[in-house]
Design a binder for this molecule. Structure first.
Ligand SMILES: C[S@@+](CC[C@H](N)C(=O)[O-])C[C@H]1O[C@@H](n2cnc3c(N)ncnc32)[C@H](O)[C@@H]1O
Length: 246
């Protein structure tokens, strides 16, 4: 995702740092401390500005969610939008965060304090999911969402695709038995490639569609930013669900 470098990006992130995990493995091992409950953990890889995770966490609130995004400024925007959606305040125009009760935290004041209830069931992490996730304990995750990831279309780059077999092996390890991958893309070549990889993996294909918005799954679908953009331009959205059967 392209984004102009944000002014005061690190100060903005610092203000909302209690919503951002700098140790996702600790988070995974200490759900009760982090979320205030031990509900199963679901992960989104490459959350962008976070439309999906905000919608999903509201639609299915009996889970905890971790949204991983490798670009810090993009993750900051996702975190801010999530905080606004929970009524935790808003960016203060003169620099800082204005809490819902009117208290203003300026850059450098440290993290804005929120209760567990205010923070809700989503946390964010900045980093390359490929590196972060391989540190996760075995069978610790309920579901993985991959939405509109880079197709790495150039020849010789297939191994970088987030549905390449080595990634599927890693997902299989950290997902519980029966845990699922939910994958959406506008890119048919990437989708077909992903189906082939699933075929030789420890996942069973449970569902696939080449036109999500015309399918029976559309009713419960949570749109992402890219999905809205691509479908408005007339692209069909592909989706698959694969179940871990290790
Ligand atoms: C094409 S955008 C899609 C954003 C969002 N998922 C959507 O559907 O609107 C892909 C996002 O994934 C992030 N990303 C790509 N590879 C990643 C990785 N290995 N770990 C974490 N984030 C990644 C990019 O920085 C970018 O924000």
């Amino acid at each position: 995702m392209r984004m102009k470098k944000k002014r005061h990006g690190s100060e903005r992130l610092e203000l909302l740092s209690t919503l951002v995990s700098n140790d996702p493995v600790f988070l995974c091992n200490n759900l009760k401390d982090v979320y205030g409950n031990s509900n199963p953990l679901r992960i989104e890889i490459g959350c962008g500005k976070g439309d999906f995770i905000r919608g999903k966490s509201q639609a299915e609130p009996d889970y905890n969610y971790l949204a991983i995004e490798k670009i810090a400024d993009v993750c900051t925007v996702a975190t801010e939008k999530y905080a606004v959606s929970r009524g935790l305040g808003e960016l203060y125009l003169n620099g800082g965060w204005k809490k819902y009760d009117g208290t203003v935290y300026r850059y450098g004041d440290g993290a804005v304090e929120f209760t567990d209830e205010e923070k809700g069931n989503v946390r964010f992490a900045i980093g390359d999911a490929a590196k972060l996730l391989c540190e996760f304990p075995e069978s610790s995750i309920d579901a993985i969402y991959i939405n509109f990831c880079d197709p790495w279309s150039k020849k010789g780059y297939a191994k970088r695709r987030l549905t390449y077999i080595t990634f599927l092996e890693m997902y299989s390890k950290i997902l519980v038995n029966g845990g699922k991958i939910f994958f959406k893309t506008d890119n048919k070549d990437l989708f077909d490639f992903s189906l082939e990889q699933i075929e030789v993996s420890k996942f069973d294909l449970e569902y696939k569609t080449y036109d999500l918005h015309a399918s029976d799954m559309n009713e419960t679908n949570i749109e992402t930013e890219y999905e809205r953009n691509f479908s408005e331009k007339g692209f069909k959205i592909n989706m698959l669900i694969a179940k871990n059967v290790k």
